[in-house]
Write a protein that binds this ligand. Structure first.
Ligand code: ZN
Length: 442
């Protein structure tokens, strides 16, 4: 018993000694930390004796994180900070400013001044905002909500804010863009870096005249004239709208210039004053989204079969379909082999029909009025169809006609003084085009 007791005492004693030993062993470790040399010296130590690495490294780490943080707390009161913030979903300017370190009062004061020229609620997601702040004191705020102006708010002598809308200096240039179609209009435009909004405009302009799936062939050409806006760093920051557009399709040349009539109506007109806008569009779908290669498909255009008294546009499912002209919905719903089907009555002569849709525009009903170019439904493959496509029919006096060859009634035609003015604007335009002639292909 006493022997076991002795062992017990020895074990406990050993445990205590071990505990004390480690306590003592650790104590100098912390003690040296307090009086430790600078980080640089320790870093050298790491390099010299790798044996000490684990310990020194650990110590080095804590030294790295704690003291500089303490330093930060003391100093920034005298330091000016510049922040760049991107507006996120659900952000408010007041939250952005207070998060940046501004006091609520000062942030509210800045916003009330800002409101006189810019409503901060209009700040879009992703808008970049530059903030300069010094010890909870907002000094400057700036952002560029448009390509042509900047909003700047600056603190005036510790009191209130001066808010200004500053115009950005821009150089405006004519830019001529030309392309020869190799595979598809879309591909050519992308390859040659035509800005996407310019491609959309080009297609919209010509969708009255051109069947974008069948009429475009390899070697066809297109040209556009539009303005580009360069900032002081010579960077293009904006494209204007299309001033002039031309297409050369197998030798047939179509060209239009933007023109605004006295009554303020803006459209594209040819050299004889005929507007591009027809009562009906030949391509009632975004021409860039047509999936088959242009000119490669031959389609039974006229009524060889009951189904094909129209033209088909092969496009991916879900591509929006437009109303080819202003009109009233005469039929909307399932229609046998046509699947989901819409028919629009445009006037006493013309109707258009759209078949195989995947779905209709939400809320669209019979007898609803539709505007030319507005979305009525989406490409699908309902009814008797082998793949997603739009089956499009132009019905004249109750009979299906070939939308390709039908002589669509023209829209506006300028006369008198208005025609003279238009012809003058073409003269001016030709001068501009000639100036940039080197770049024009056709
Ligand atoms: Zn069809």
């Amino acid at each position: 018993m006493s022997f076991l007791n002795k062992i017990g005492t020895v074990v406990i004693t050993l445990l205590i000694i071990t505990f004390i030993y480690f306590q003592l062993k650790n104590a100098p470790f912390y003690a040296t930390k307090q009086t430790s040399p600078t980080n640089e010296e320790q870093q050298v130590k790491i390099g010299v004796s790798p044996k000490y690495n684990p310990k020194v490294k650990k110590e080095f780490k804590t030294e790295q994180t704690t003291p500089p943080e303490e330093g930060k707390k003391d100093r920034p009161s005298r330091r000016i900070r510049s922040l760049t913030v991107s507006v996120a979903q659900g952000d408010t300017l007041i939250a952005i400013l207070t998060d940046a370190g501004a006091s609520k009062e000062q942030a509210a004061q800045l916003i009330s001044h800002l409101r006189k020229i810019y409503e901060p609620r209009n700040l879009p997601v992703g808008q970049i905002i530059h903030i300069t702040i010094s010890d909870k004191q907002l000094i400057r705020l700036s952002f560029t909500p448009s390509f042509d102006f900047e909003i700047v708010a600056e603190l005036q002598g510790n009191k209130s804010f001066k808010v200004e809308k500053k115009k950005i200096k821009l150089a405006i240039e004519d830019k001529i863009f030309s392309g020869v179609i190799t595979h598809s209009l879309y591909q050519t435009a992308i390859e040659q870096q035509l800005p996407p909004n310019m491609l959309i405009e080009l297609i919209r302009i010509f969708s009255f005249d051109v069947d974008f799936q069948r009429e475009i062939q390899r070697g066809d050409r297109f040209s556009l004239l539009f303005n580009i806006y360069r900032n002081e760093q010579n960077k293009v920051v904006h494209n204007g709208t299309v001033t002039w557009a031309s297409m050369n399709l197998s030798g047939k040349k179509l060209e239009y210039a933007a023109y605004k009539t006295k009554s303020g109506f803006k459209d594209y007109y040819d050299r004889n004053g005929k507007s591009v806008t027809k009562t009906l569009m030949r391509t009632p779908i975004d021409g860039a989204r047509l999936s088959s290669r242009y000119g490669k498909r031959r389609h039974p255009i006229l009524g060889y079969s009951k189904m094909h008294k129209g033209v088909d546009f092969a496009a991916p499912k879900g591509v929006p379909i437009m109303a080819a002209g202003d009109g009233v919905i005469e039929y909307i719903g399932r229609n046998g082999p046509f699947g989901k089907y819409i028919r629009i009555r445009h006037n006493s002569v013309y109707k258009t029909a759209y078949a195989h849709l995947s779905r209709f525009r939400k809320g669209l009903r019979k007898r609803h009025r539709v505007k030319q170019g507005s979305t009525i439904g989406y490409v699908g493959s309902t009814g008797r169809s082998t793949g997603p496509h739009l089956h499009y029919e132009v019905i004249k006096h109750g009979r299906q006609t070939n939308p390709m060859s039908v002589r669509l009634p023209a829209g506006d035609r300028l006369k008198g003084d208005e025609l003279i003015k238009l012809k003058q604007s073409w003269v001016e335009l030709d001068k501009r085009l000639n100036k940039a002639a080197l770049k024009i292909v056709n």
